[in-house]
Design a protein around this ligand. Structure first.
Ligand code: CA
Length: 228
């Protein structure tokens, strides 16, 4: 059973989140202030932290840095839509995912499950295989037909994200949110540019696309060319 610590000062939300997650089968602790929350994280070593960025005693982003200084526990930050900049700063400071208030119960559970799955998958089965392409997330290396690809960190993240979802169309907006951690801002041009670099490193041209396939007007997907 995965352990979760919720740090949220609003009692109503705190109780709701704790109730929902307990019902979903998690072991949940909750704290109302940043400093007690940090102490609890150090003591309990949870599998996941849900952190409200608007806390009374300490700026959420500051707390996030303090947590990151002691542990790499996955963190989901929660904030109001109006506090978008704060959330982006939190993602830059090492948060793994985010929830925008008001969020639904289903959204909360789905995000928690996805983050835990991602972390678990990263630890146990770090290698993703799509046709002749092998992406080793633990070693941060990718090979194509046994040949090592020389990728920038962002290109690697992009490739790994797509390789986690073979055959699934991913939108550029989704890539900006998940790979670039820019859920609202960012330019789709950035994604286009990185996709074209990645395409070139995979030895593909616009005329002859193999692994990376653009779905016009929707996004991009990574496929095993032998499946076509
Ligand atoms: Ca709050």
């Amino acid at each position: 059973m995965a352990g979760i610590i919720v740090i949220e000062d609003e009692q109503r939300i705190r109780e709701l989140v704790v109730g929902v997650l307990a019902e979903a089968g998690y072991e949940v602790d909750a704290e109302a202030t940043a400093l007690v929350g940090l102490q609890r994280i150090v003591e309990r070593r949870p599998d996941l932290v849900i952190l409200d960025l608007g806390l009374p005693d300490l700026d959420g982003a500051e707390l996030l840095k303090m947590i990151r200084a002691v542990t790499d526990v996955p963190i989901i930050v929660a904030t109001a839509r109006s506090a978008e900049r704060e959330m982006i700063a939190a993602l830059d400071a090492g948060a793994d995912d985010y929830l925008v208030k008001p969020f639904s119960v289903e959204q909360l559970v789905a995000r928690v499950r996805a983050v835990l799955r991602r972390v678990g998958a990263g630890a146990s089965e770090g290698r993703l295989v799509v046709g002749g392409l092998v992406v080793d997330r633990a070693a941060r290396e990718a090979t194509l037909d046994g040949r090592r690809l020389r990728l920038s960190p962002k290109e690697f993240d992009l490739l790994a994200y797509l390789a986690e979802r073979p055959g699934e169309v991913v939108t550029k907006r989704q890539l900006l949110a998940e790979v670039w951690r820019e859920p609202y801002g960012g330019s789709e041009k950035t994604v286009d540019v990185h996709l074209s670099w990645l395409r070139r490193k995979l030895g593909e041209s616009a005329a002859e696309r193999r692994y990376l396939q653009t779905v016009f007007g929707v996004g991009v997907k990574l496929v095993d060319p032998r499946d076509r």
